[in-house]
Design a protein around this ligand. Structure first.
Ligand SMILES: [Cu+2]
Length: 259
């Protein structure tokens, strides 16, 4: 037998198996299809859902496939934090106790957000995919913005894996990207961190699914917006300057403290 005939026998066997599976498993197939329906969501705009893959009309990011199991908590959490028709524009930031990379105990809202302009991303130190480029992007934005960082704007990286990410680990990881003053890494008790990630719309059941978004907010002006965390340095820096100055299209909504 030559390679071609082996291949065609293989293909035939495969199609028979598939055909058998389809006829035997009609109900199973239907169930799977039902689960896949509406299973694409924008990582940054939870309200953008689609049955098919594609791009988010708001931020042009690729929609991410999710199972109904992971989609459900997002909807629930959005419902909890809104009482207006514009769910994602309202930020309710809990004043949970967290630790920074030096092991200082801080209150997230009071110490890191209140009266400040901030840029927040979500990372974990064992990540081998988007976290290193997310941190490298933050580092470039920090360099571009110079001494504004730490004074006019504060960078915050929140761990989505607080059980692993101790302050020491975060500090060592940040050093790899030359994180400068004005860039705080945040971890804490799992329960507190879950509360925080939920409030920021960044909660995921698996740490690998974390959002590549950067949240930019100006607490005194009550302006909150999001952008793609791997966008061009100049684009992110420009948006930070706009949020700082209050020149953002999105309607201003006040951040609230929630203990
Ligand atoms: Cu990651």
């Amino acid at each position: 037998m030559n390679t071609r005939s082996i291949l065609s026998v293989l293909m035939l066997t495969l199609s028979m198996i598939v055909a058998g599976a389809v006829t035997q498993g009609q109900s199973l197939t239907a169930a799977v299809e039902k689960k896949v329906a509406q299973a694409y969501v924008c990582p940054m705009h939870a309200e953008v859902k689609s049955a098919k893959p594609g791009k988010c009309p708001k931020c042009k990011m690729d929609l991410r496939q999710v199972t109904t199991a992971t989609a459900a908590p997002v909807e629930k959490q959005t419902a909890n934090t809104v009482d207006s028709p514009r769910p994602n524009r309202r930020m309710v930031i809990p004043d949970v106790e967290v630790l920074d990379q030096d092991g200082n105990a801080l209150h997230f809202y009071r110490d890191l957000i209140k009266d400040k302009t901030v840029a927040i991303n979500f990372i974990f130190t064992n990540c081998t995919t988007i976290c290193p480029p997310l941190a490298a992007t933050f580092a470039r934005v920090q360099k571009e913005m110079g001494d504004k960082v730490g004074k006019d704007v504060h960078f915050i990286s929140i761990s989505v894996d607080p059980l692993t990410d101790t302050p020491e680990r975060l500090k060592a990881w940040g050093a790899k990207f030359k994180a400068g003053a004005g860039w705080t890494f945040v971890t804490g008790e799992k329960q507190e961190m879950d509360k925080l990630l939920n409030a920021l719309g960044a909660a995921v059941s698996k740490r690998e699914d974390h959002t590549p978004a950067v949240i930019i907010g100006n607490d005194s002006k009550g302006i909150w917006t999001r952008t793609y965390g791997l966008a061009k340095t100049s684009q992110i820096a420009g948006l930070i300057l706009d949020v700082m100055a209050g020149n953002v299209d999105e309607p201003a909504t006040a951040a609230e403290v929630k203990p």
